[in-house]
Write a protein that binds this ligand. Sequence first.
Ligand SMILES: Cc1cc2nc3c(=O)[nH]c(=O)nc-3n(C[C@H](O)[C@H](O)[C@H](O)COP(=O)(O)OP(=O)(O)OC[C@H]3O[C@@H](n4cnc5c(N)ncnc54)[C@H](O)[C@@H]3O)c2cc1C
Length: 490
Amino acid sequence: MVVLDAARKQALRRELSALLGKGSVLSEPEELLVYESDGLVLFRALADFVVFPTSTEQVAAVVKLANRESLPFVARGAGTGLSGGCLPAEGGLVISLMRMNRVLEVDYDNQIAVVEPGLVNLHLSWAVGPKGFYFAPDPSSQQACTVGGNIANNSGGPHTLKYGVTVNHVLGLEVVLPDGEIMWLGGRTREAQGYDMAGLFVGSEGTFGIATKIVVRILKQPQAVKTVLAVFDSIEQASKAVSAVIARGLIPAAMEMIDQLTIGAVEDAFGCGYPRDAAAALLIELDGLREGMEAQAERVMAACRDCGARDVRAARDEAERQLLWKGRKSAFGAYGHISPAYMVMDGVIPRTRLPEVLRRVNEIVASYGLRVGNVFHAGDGNLHPNILYDPRVPGEEARVVAAGGEILKVCADVGGSISGEHGIGLEKVDYMSLIFSEADLDYMGRLRDAFNPRNLCNPGKIFPSRKACGESGPAYRPHPIEEKGLAQRF
Ligand SMILES: Cc1cc2nc3c(=O)[nH]c(=O)nc-3n(C[C@H](O)[C@H](O)[C@H](O)COP(=O)(O)OP(=O)(O)OC[C@H]3O[C@@H](n4cnc5c(N)ncnc54)[C@H](O)[C@@H]3O)c2cc1C
């Protein structure tokens, strides 16, 4: 952690302002507070500067200055991340990409768009929508999160089941490497020679450099869409229906599950028409050719009924469909109506293990005296237990962190993973060993070092800190669970 004295800080501020122009540098404590966390408010850290470049050249100039001064730096999109990924964990510079938010080019014939990283995800679909196209990756935060943040976290969303995650929609990237060099990875076509460098960059959580231009695929909007709501009296029935639909050879675009606590919160907040007394609801969306759509929807509804759904209905019109989706996509926000704070977990399990794992999740959280709401991408087996808590109650945050750790362990034990889409960030660095061996981590660390040898670019993320004497790598830093006396590392 570099500590800047007042004179050096002032000199750097002057230099940054000269590089970026007036109104592009923040350094007052109250201004920096806005950038002290992302969507995971359990972790906070203050930068020395937040800067707002407007071009690749400006990003490169800032990164070169950071290198000269040995200052850590981190890219930030909209700050909607849920793993502390854009936190300035070691101080230094936050490089906000929010002013680089243009759609630079759309080639409808080749179905590609070139965009700047600070473009809000949904704004891309709005830009190409009038010509019948859209951008498929659709995180539930799509009204706020940026394409740059999606790239870094390889984000998914409700429609991942059929359309894949962000990496499946990225062709090329212009990046500023951690030493300030500008480079293109990938290109404008799907087939590239040599290593898939753009694919490697996607999901690297801002540790391989900063994306400044992004070439993405845009898709033709489907001819027809059908959205079904299936209501169940038990989570087990709903979980079985997820596997039953897929077992019948149907690949819905989306299959989202919402549990009873979440239904209550959504209904309190938005009144979307979910039945409050249901134990779980499945929101299933089919899309594709008009021909055969009704028959597919009938088969989906039959599978749900066979698994015990007490009510199954298809949205009658676009307005009703939008309302059903509003409930799902606003669920995280709805928790704000029933709890002062919550932590979103992000684990993955084999779909067939949903009933038992959800039962374990509920037991674990209850054993810590807390409540949990589950709303998640059931078709992908991507869980989002949301642990509700009150940060003003002494000890409650520590219990949330400990319960979260136990949930991740269950996910790993059943053959799943510790993150489906939110990334490792700062939150999960010390859980990496649940799914990776020392050798795996060593190889990944070497890859990181090849891009980022000085580790100035988003330090402290993804990799566990090391404690043992003589080990190389980042300095040991206790995990919050250790600091709170709940766990010890041997
Ligand atoms: C209500 C809510 C719902 C969500 N739903 C989903 C969901 O369904 N699916 C999902 O995947 N995520 C979801 N998220 C998490 C989050 O929105 C995504 O991870 C999103 O992609 C982050 O984008 P951002 O612009 O906010 O990035 P930030 O939070 O600003 O940054 C995230 C990471 O990206 C890096 N980064 C940002 N820009 C760049 C760049 N140009 N170059 C290199 N690195 C960069 C940062 O350093 C950081 O490591 C949700 C979050 C919220 C709050």
